[in-house]
Design a protein around this ligand. Sequence first.
Ligand SMILES: [Zn+2]
Length: 147
Amino acid sequence: MKKCLNCGAENKNENLFCSSCGNKEFTEPNDLPVQPQPTVQMNEPAAAPPPMPQPQFPPIPRKPFGVFDLLTILGFVSSIVGLFCSWVVLEPLAIVSSLIGFIKGTRSKGLAAAGIVIAVIAFIIRLFLSLYDNNVIGKWAVEGIFR
Ligand SMILES: [Zn+2]
């Protein structure tokens, strides 16, 4: 129940206006638990919020340098060396080695891809030049591209 501030009549809590005089100002309902107002001490500086705990980033584990990464390096080196000698052996070796390194390796994917591209191109060029040198294919096959 709450009391009208104007005439003092008891009103139901849900009444918007006093049932006796029509006033709309009431005392606080007395059958509701009084919420204790937290006392704010203005003269005391507000305590600084506790510093945010720095998120702990676990060190990114370096992926182990595996045998397939060795194949990547082997393939890349082979693709380069094969440009100058023993291309028949080295370029296919470079292609296979780089391919395995690219698929299975955990690092240096770019190097593996480079090894594949270099080895494939070098192999095709050398193959066509070799076929031309041995008169297997005509000059038209290599003309303007490689010579
Ligand atoms: Zn009233």
